[in-house]
Design a binder for this molecule. Structure first.
Ligand code: DC
Length: 233
C-alpha cells in the first residue's frame, strides 16, 4: 500500500509569451497548488525603479530601494493579482514602459538575489507551480518536474499583441515583436541565471498547441511525477 506523495515544486520556464503563465495558472488550479508568476516580481521591481527614478548603475541606491519593496500576490475575484507595497499593480506592470526596461533590471545580481530568496521561501512551504526563466536551473534546481516552453517568435508576438490590444494598450505588432526579440537576447545572454533549459527539463514547443493541449500534456507529466514519488506505507 502507498500513500500520496508530498506536494512538489513544478518549474515552468521559457521565453516571453510561450504560454507559460496561462499553462502554469491552469495547472496550479487543477492540482490545487499555489501559482507564482516570477516575471510579475521582476516587473514590480522595475515599476518601482521607474516610478522612483532609481539609477540602475548605482548599487547603493538599488540596495536602498530593494529594502523598501514588498511584493505579494493575492486573489481578487478569483484572479491572481500582484501587489507592490500594498498597491495592486497588476495592470501597471504589463505596460510597454515596464516591458522595455524589465530585462535590464532582471539582469542586476542584487535584484536577482533579492527575488530568488523570496521565491525559495514561498516554494519551500507548499505545492507550487512557478513560472519564469531560471526556476529549474537556479531557484529550484531539484524541482520534481521541470518544463521548458519554446515557440516561434512570430507566433509569440502575435499572442502578446492580441493580449495587449484586449487590455486596451495601443501598440503595433512590430513594436511587440521587437520588444520580445530584444528581451530574448538580454535574458539569454546575461551572465547571471540566463534563460536556458535545465538539463533535466522536458522541452515542449507550443507553436502549434492550444492551452488545452499544453495542459493535458503537462498535467500528465505531473501525475506521472507524483505517482513515482508515492511513498510506501
Ligand atoms: O515572464 P515575463 O515576460 O513577465 O518576465 C518579464 C521579464 O522578467 C523577462 O524579460 C525576464 C525577467 N525574468 C527573469 O529574468 N527571471 C524570471 N524568473 C522571470 C522573469
Amino acid at each position: 500500500m502507498k500513500v500520496a506523495a508530498p506536494p512538489i515544486v513544478i518549474a515552468i520556464d521559457g521565453g516571453s509569451s510561450c504560454g507559460k503563465s496561462t499553462l502554469a495558472k491552469a495547472l496550479a488550479k487543477q492540482l490545487d497548488y499555489t501559482y507564482i508568476d516570477t516575471g510579475a516580481m521582476y516587473r514590480a521591481v522595475t515599476l518601482f525603479f521607474l516610478r522612483n527614478g532609481i539609477p540602475i548603475d548605482d548599487p547603493t541606491a538599488i540596495e536602498h530601494a530593494l529594502n523598501g519593496i514588498d511584493i505579494h500576490f493575492a486573489a481578487v475575484k478569483g484572479e491572481n493579482h500582484t501587489f507592490l507595497n500594498g498597491r495592486d499593480v497588476s495592470q501597471d506592470i504589463r505596460s510597454m514602459e515596464v516591458a522595455g526596461k524589465v530585462s535590464e533590471v532582471a539582469a542586476l545580481p542584487q535584484v536577482r538575489h533579492f527575488l530568488v530568496a523570496q521565491q525559495r521561501r514561498i516554494g519551500s512551504s507548499c505545492g507550487v507551480v512557478m513560472d519564469g526563466r531560471d526556476i529549474g536551473t537556479v531557484v529550484f534546481p531539484h524541482a520534481a518536474l521541470k518544463v521548458f516552453l519554446q515557440a516561434n517568435l512570430d507566433i509569440r508576438a502575435r499572442r502578446r499583441h492580441l493580449e495587449l490590444q484586449q487590455q486596451g494598450t495601443k501598440v503595433t505588432f512590430e513594436e511587440v515583436l521587437s520588444n520580445l526579440s530584444q528581451r530574448d537576447q538580454i535574458d539569454s545572454g546575461r551572465s547571471m541565471s540566463p534563460l536556458k533549459p535545465a538539463t533535466d527539463a522536458v522541452i515542449i514547443d507550443t507553436t502549434d498547441l492550444d492551452i488545452q493541449e499544453m495542459l493535458d500534456l503537462v498535467l500528465g507529466l505531473a501525475k506521472q511525477t507524483l505517482n513515482a514519488q508515492m511513498l510506501p506505507q
